[in-house]
Write a new protein. Structure first.
Lengths: 478, 506
């Protein structure tokens, strides 16, 4: 839990440009309109694209502005649904789900192979093969059943409240992953790889922890102030990277990953230095406990894991959704992510935007740092306070395709896996590390959508689009 | 060798790129494939060259059906291709490039360079190419590099040669030389397929012309057909090739460029002490072969490239060294040369691309939030006004054809209040119909009193649009001449010579 090695880190590729914008998949909005009313001259004219059946739509192209407001509204709503459908059918959602399924299957094989009963039964496989299969079934089924019961719903619980308690604890694990994943996602969308989540979480935990244990304030002030301290800590730490990159063009991957070490040892140093973060009266590198007034109160009482942090995470999802999809700043972020050259020609300051992207990314990750000291480890923290969140956040953002709600659900899934891993270890003595294997396999399968598609024999999504592109490139050459 | 394509059909999903195309090329004949961008010419040639497999139809060489699995098979069968973008290794010598892919080795894997040199010399002598086998390809002028490509094809005993848009990168003089080479090859019995969309070249060299439109053969024409007839066949309707424009009513000086020098980071001079003036209501065309400093000059005007020395003054205000944003805000509209890289975000919707350089203007943004309704209304207006052919405003710009992409850039730039309009290669790679449209809009912009700079490598375009022509060569302006200057003089200027007695304008 408190391991800090970059297990899923390294060179995780971005989720590429497969689905960068909500709403690019156009669907066919072609509404019937008579040629004359549209006012596009030369309706018999040349069609630049070699798609001959576009011609009809071409004529119609100018029509939407003739429609009434309500029509545009319903069109927009329809567009959103068809977008969702498209992205499900086109595979981004489907391949993600299937990647998770595949990862579970592959991990199931691992569980079966290492299970003692299976090994024993395999010894006389040719005599009684059913024994082996039965053992495999009970090992894998049993493990995943306890994973589910320990992390989602416990059907064996005496009361309904106890039955749903596991999912609330999973959400508890998920909250820092949601915000940190959002931070990484914002950077991804702007074409930047923030691999420095670990360092940003550590610094944020340091600043938030200091505010959390140093002051005596009413909870209504202390809690937001502590979160704010975390945001500032993370933002500054990532902002340093933005500044250096903007000024010198240095690679942000190298900078963020190196600053992880700086942050790690800086925090370790502060934790060993009385007067900085070290708790008085102890030689151990551990901070004082967070004051009660800074602790995040539970939403439904102590039996359930969910606390106020969950609301903060939801708010963060909404803010990031607004930022990326609705705001002018987010528009510019996405522009530099998709095509920095065009951004520059359009008068955007790529260096300045880069700094902003990293400040916002670091700020979001900083919330995770604050959550760690206010909600997860409240009895004083060590330099392992990041709990691998910085690197898991990259996986979460990847799994969520760098979209706000996608990232949210990916984080919930990871929270479930993490929480369930403990139950699985307790009930079936399966090492908790299998959860890391599952997570890594998910990323592996997501990074290779053609592999998933080949396994499930799903046709190439947008096969038409893909073959169209080369012909279009030729169109320029021709 | 006689080449015959019979009923070639190639589909990409629902799109039929080639629809039962049949052509025959006899030995000793230049057969022209004429068609707009996207008509399916290149797809057809890629089928011939083995890059694509035809869904239907067959390829015959001397009446024998062929099956090509890749370019290697096609080459072995005697088909050579001279690509638009040369497939040469710049740091290799001519001989090394020619042997590349069919290296002959002596004992111990040693390359037989002497043999390759000999072969290059033989072929160059036979056709009078004048190519040194030991010259490094990157040191050679573009026209000579193209000859290396031809030698490469001939050294593999190609008896069918395909030229894919070979003149796009050449000066008019180099183009003439290439025409001469094609005639020579024809005399030697080579069957030549010449792909182009430039009408003048077709009429000069073709024995037969096949016009392709939307993946189908729409007709054959004789080389004596007029430009207008050929264009009408290509486009499917009559097009006016001449830009209708009245003489400029030039006003006072608007943009003054004085002694501007631009260098790359290592100090190599890209724009060399360039001075010129553009007046209100006139079009100054900057002509020249690609890579003679035009790109850097426009980028310097836009603030994208630092100006080493000199001044750029717009309407009396110094704009040298200003940021791109400030220059855009000063009222400069810019159509970049490479629209896919610099002008558009391919993954963004048309509506988003139309507000790309106004992402923080009050018109489209309120309280940090993009005003979706304004953005969409604006997009719909511009789609109608600029005749952008698209299923809707939410289509990704990258999925449109070149002509429609260019219309987006044009619509975006022309819908601001302009004090200067700079269009670099405004019609590169777009279809004839869109070219006509773009030209009309540029002239219309001029007529509203906006000073316009058009940078173009196409002489036709320069002559059609310009009120005055500045010719650039190796970073410097060779001369600024009136639009009535004869083409051969302009051609010489593009090669760096200013013939004595040329009338200069300003």
């Amino acid at each position: 839990m408190s391991d800090t090695t970059p297990q899923h880190g390294g060179t995780t590729p971005p989720s590429d440009s497969s689905t960068p914008i909500d709403g690019t998949t156009d669907g066919s909005v072609g509404t019937p309109a008579s040629d004359g009313s549209v006012g596009t001259p030369a309706s018999d004219g040349t069609v630049g694209t070699p798609v001959s059946d576009d011609r009809l739509q071409d004529v119609v192209a100018g029509a939407p502005h003739l429609m009434t407001d309500s029509a545009t509204d319903s069109e927009r709503r329809e567009g959103r649904w068809s977008d969702a459908m498209q992205s499900i059918v086109n595979g981004s959602v489907l391949t993600t789900v299937l990647a998770v399924v595949l990862a579970l299957v592959a991990s199931g094989i691992l569980i079966a192979l290492t299970d003692k009963d299976v090994q024993a039964a395999a010894g006389y496989f040719f005599a009684r093969p059913m024994d082996t299969l039965r053992a495999v079934g009970s090992a894998v089924g049993g493990s995943y059943a306890s994973l589910f019961q320990g992390s989602v719903i416990n059907f064996g619980a005496p009361t309904a409240a106890a039955a749903i308690a596991p999912i609330t604890r999973s959400v508890d694990y998920a909250v820092p992953l949601v915000v940190a994943g959002l931070g990484v996602a914002v950077a991804f969308r702007a074409g930047l790889f923030n691999i420095g989540g670990q360092g940003q979480v550590l610094i944020a935990a340091g600043t938030a922890g200091w505010v959390g244990f140093s002051f005596d304030l009413p909870a209504a002030v202390h809690i937001p102030l502590t979160i704010l301290a975390g945001i500032v800590g993370g933002a500054v730490w990532a902002g340093i990277v933005g500044l250096i990159k903007a000024r010198t063009g240095a690679n942000e991957v190298v900078l963020t990953i190196m600053l992880n070490y700086v942050a790690l040892y800086l925090l370790a140093f502060a934790l060993r230095t009385p007067g900085l973060l070290q708790a008085g009266g102890s030689p151990n590198p551990i901070s004082p406990a967070t004051k009660d007034s800074a602790l995040l109160p539970g939403l439904f009482g102590p039996r359930f894991g969910i606390n106020v942090g969950f609301l903060v995470a939801i708010a963060a999802v909404i803010v990031v959704w607004w930022l990326l999809n609705k705001s002018s700043l987010g528009f510019r972020f996405r522009t530099i992510g998709e095509n920095p050259r065009a951004a520059r020609v359009a008068g955007m300051s790529v260096p300045r935007l880069t700094i902003w992207v990293l400040v916002i990314s670091g700020g979001l990750i900083g919330i995770a740092g604050a959550y760690q000291v206010e909600g997860a480890v409240t009895t004083g923290f060590t330099s392992g306070i990041d709990a691998g969140i910085g690197f898991d956040a990259i996986t979460v953002a990847l799994l969520g395709r760098s979209k706000p709600w996608g990232t949210f659900w990916a984080a919930i899934l990871f929270g479930v896996l993490k929480n369930g891993g403990y139950a699985m270890q307790a009930a079936n003595s399966i090492p908790i590390d299998i959860v890391d294997v599952i997570q890594a396999l998910i990323v592996l399968f997501i990074a290779a959508p053609p592999l998933v598609r080949a396994i499930f024999r799903i046709p190439q999504p947008g096969a038409r689009r893909r073959t169209k592109q080369p012909s279009k490139r030729k169109a320029v050459a021709a | 060798m006689k080449l015959e394509l019979r009923d070639i059909t190639k589909r990409f999903g629902p799109l039929v790129a080639n629809d039962h195309i049949s052509i025959t090329v006899e030995p000793g004949e230049v057969h022209c494939l004429l068609g707009e961008n996207g008509a399916g010419k290149s797809t057809l040639m890629n089928v011939l060259y083995g890059m694509y497999q035809a869904d239907e139809g067959e390829i015959l060489l001397d009446d024998v059906v062929q099956a090509f699995d890749g370019p290697g098979d096609a080459m072995r069968a005697g088909i050579g291709m001279v690509h638009q973008h040369f497939m040469l290794v710049p740091v290799f010598t001519v001989a090394e490039n020619v042997m590349l892919g069919q290296e002959e080795t002596a004992f111990g894997g040693r390359l037989d360079l002497a043999g390759a040199r000999k072969r290059v010399r033989e072929i160059s002598e036979r056709f009078g190419f004048d190519v040194d086998p030991d010259a490094r390809v990157e040191d050679l002028p573009v026209g000579v590099q193209q000859r290396v490509e031809i030698i490469k094809a001939l050294s593999r005993d190609a008896s069918v040669l395909v030229f894919d848009e070979p003149t796009a990168v050449l000066t008019p003089q180099e183009t003439d030389e290439l025409m001469g080479i094609m005639r020579q090859l024809r005399e030697a019995g080579t069957a030549i397929v010449f792909i182009t969309h430039k009408l003048r070249e077709v009429r000069e060299v073709a024995d037969r012309i096949t016009v392709i439109r939307l993946g189908k053969v729409v007709g054959e024409a004789s080389p004596t057909a007029s430009n207008g007839e050929l264009a009408a066949l290509m486009v499917g309707r009559s097009v006016s090739l001449v830009v209708d424009k009245t003489p400029a009513t030039a006003g006072e000086d608007a943009l003054v460029v004085e002694h501007v020098t631009v260098t790359d980071p290592s100090g190599i001079v890209l724009v060399d002490d360039v001075s010129f003036t553009v007046r209100r209501g006139e079009v100054l065309a900057i002509a020249g072969v690609q890579g003679n400093g035009q790109t850097e000059l426009t980028e310097a005007i836009m603030g994208l490239e630092p100006v080493r020395s000199g001044h750029i003054v717009l309407d009396g205000r110094e704009v040298t060294g200003r940021s791109v944003k400030q220059i855009l805000d000063a009222g400069v509209g810019f159509v970049p040369e490479d629209r896919k890289e610099d002008g558009l975000v391919g993954e963004f919707t048309i509506a988003e691309n139309l507000m790309l350089d106004r992402a923080d203007s009050a018109e489209f943004v309120r309280a940090g939030t993009i005003r979706a309704a304004e953005r969409d209304t604006f997009a719909d207006e511009k789609i109608a006004e600029f005749d952008i052919r698209t299923p809707g405003r939410t289509t990704a710009a990258g999925r449109l054809s070149g002509g429609n992409q260019q219309k987006i850039v044009l619509a975006r730039e022309l819908s601001r209040d302009l004090r200067l309009f700079v269009a670099a290669q405004p019609t590169r790679g777009i279809d004839v119909g869109s070219i006509e449209f773009v030209h009309k809009r540029i002239v219309a912009t001029r007529d509203t009193g906006v000073p316009v700079i058009v940078v173009s490598t196409e002489l036709d375009e320069v002559v059609a649009l310009a009120d005055r022509i500045a010719v650039m060569y190796r970073g410097a302006i060779v001369g600024i001449v009136p639009a009535t200057t004869p083409r051969d003089v302009l051609g010489l200027m593009m090669a760096g010579e200013l013939p004595a007695g040329t009338e200069l304008a300003a």
